[in-house]
Ligand binder design. Structure first.
Ligand SMILES: [Mg+2]
Length: 211
């Protein structure tokens, strides 16, 4: 029997446009402005450094504040958020499906994203109210990706068996293989419908778990 449903966040509930703009546009823009150089050069230096620290900065790698500090910038997370919060978007099926599933199951978020990104996305449309708990692999576990111990913590916190947990997300490795390795049910969602997935939207997923 299913007791807890766990959702990935990015490209599952919200699209990644906001993140793309933060990393690829807004941080390079702040870097260009504060260091007095053309955007193109700033973009090149910033993205080279992202690449350079991938795997070396653990969970910090996903924290925009870490990068602003790392680059020695005065710009803050709040500045970035103020400039871009209108770019945060949820897919159309998110609110109705969460509304319905939250009546029957405990819902949680299991995301790689850093806590501030998650908070900003859950604030929109007040969807945070549907979730009993939110797990950030980077902020809570200092991991760059959700490994088995993140899902293990969900099982512990809710005192449930692996088969009582269902997870859905868009990454085959971390949203499907990892939770399945513990014995949980896991499904691959592909919003674009361009690869083999269990579902293309959350309505199909809802029908499956309610039956
Ligand atoms: Mg995702």
């Amino acid at each position: 029997m299913i007791k807890v449903i766990s959702f990935d966040l990015d490209d599952t509930l919200s699209d990644s446009q906001f993140d793309e703009l933060i990393w690829r546009t807004e941080i390079p823009k702040a870097y260009a402005k504060e260091k007095g150089m053309p955007f193109e050069q700033a973009h090149k230096e910033v993205t080279a450094e992202y690449k350079n620290l991938w795997g070396k900065a653990a969970g910090n790698w996903r924290d925009a504040s870490f990068w602003l500090k790392h680059f020695g910038l005065k710009t803050t997370w709040e500045d970035l958020l103020n400039a871009l919060h209108h770019e945060i978007k949820h897919f159309d099926d998110v609110v109705p499906v969460l509304e319905e599933l939250s009546k029957r199951f405990k819902l949680v978020i299991v995301s790689n994203a850093e806590r501030k990104f998650i908070d900003a996305k859950l604030k929109l449309n007040h969807i945070g109210k549907f979730f009993s708990k939110v797990y950030s692999a980077s902020s809570d576990f200092n991991l760059k990706k959700k490994e088995a111990r993140v899902f293990k913590k969900v099982l512990e916190d809710f005192n449930i068996k692996a088969e009582e947990l269902v997870h859905i997300g868009d990454e085959e490795e971390y949203d499907v293989k990892v939770p399945r390795s513990l014995g949980a049910q896991a499904f691959l969602l592909c919003r674009k419908g361009d690869k083999k997935a269990d579902f293309n939207d959350l309505h199909e997923f809802k029908t499956k778990v309610l039956n």
